[in-house]
Design a protein around this ligand. Structure first.
Ligand code: PEP
Length: 252
């Protein structure tokens, strides 16, 4: 059985003191969370150490929002997987649509390879733009992203991977995919994983939905068969809405 995963992507928000305040309040809510849920927080790089120290004795995992494919070297302004590990990270988002403006599937593939070798659990984001959706090419776009980004990996690596389906038109816009249309895409993603990496890989992989998830729509989305969790942007910046989304897992 797949455990639900709820992840908060803070993007370029929260100073170190704001992150510390958040975590103080958040720690008080942990006791009410359903046992099965896996919670992840992706703060900006500057708040990683403070957050991973504060959450060390909890089950909440901390991750980076991006990383470079090289482990070190002359890459001004970049962060390596080794540095994420050093800051207490267990996971990393790779290929978020806000990053895809500057990186292609080949680069994402290299980053995933580095994440696996650094023992970071990668969350690969895929999703179509509004134009692609309207032209009826959603599934082709997603299959291309999956096959190019996951080229060359084996079943052991795929067993560590998380996938987030994030329709680009739904991110930060307040527009959410209808639960049954998101479910349809999730099912296709699972079928694709199954066809390339086997039944077990397809059945075990967690596929999260992202795009304007809020306390009001979380239960409807999470109760879909192939939606195993949520990647939450805006609504993860405030403790109580984020906790309400985590607790929505109780309704499924
Ligand atoms: C995201 O940034 O991954 C995201 C889904 O953002 P939002 O929830 O704000 O749409």
């Amino acid at each position: 059985m797949r455990n639900p995963v709820i992840a908060g992507n803070w993007k370029m928000n929260m100073t170190v003191s704001e992150a510390s305040e958040f975590v103080c309040e958040f720690l008080k809510c942990l006791k009410d969370f359903p046992d099965r849920v896996e919670v992840m927080l992706f703060p900006p790089f500057t708040a990683l150490s403070v957050l991973s120290t504060a959450l060390r004795s909890s089950s909440v995992k901390v991750g980076g929002q991006n990383m470079h494919w090289a482990s070190d070297g002359a890459y001004t302004g970049e962060i390596s997987g080794k540095m994420l590990k050093d800051s207490g990270c267990e996971c990393v988002i790779i290929g978020h649509s806000e990053r895809r403006e500057q990186e292609d599937n080949l680069t994402i593939n290299k980053k995933l390879g580095t994440a696996f070798s650094e023992n970071l659990r990668p969350m690969l984001c895929v999703g179509e733009t509004l134009e692609e959706r309207e032209s009826g090419s959603t599934l082709t776009v997603i299959q291309t992203q999956l096959s190019e980004c996951l080229q060359g990996f084996d079943r052991q690596q795929i067993a560590k991977l998380l996938i987030a389906y994030e329709p680009v038109w739904a991110i930060g816009t307040g527009k959410t995919a209808l639960p049954d249309s998101a479910q349809e895409v999730h099912k296709q993603i699972r079928n694709w994983v199954q066809s390339k990496f086997g039944i077990e890989a397809g059945q075990n992989i967690s596929i999260l939905y992202g795009g304007s998830v809020k306390p009001e729509n979380a239960s409807d989305l999470l109760s879909q068969e192939d939606i195993d969790g949520a990647l939450v942007g805006g609504a993860s910046l405030k403790v109580h809405p984020f906790c309400d989304i985590i607790n929505a897992v109780k309704n499924i």
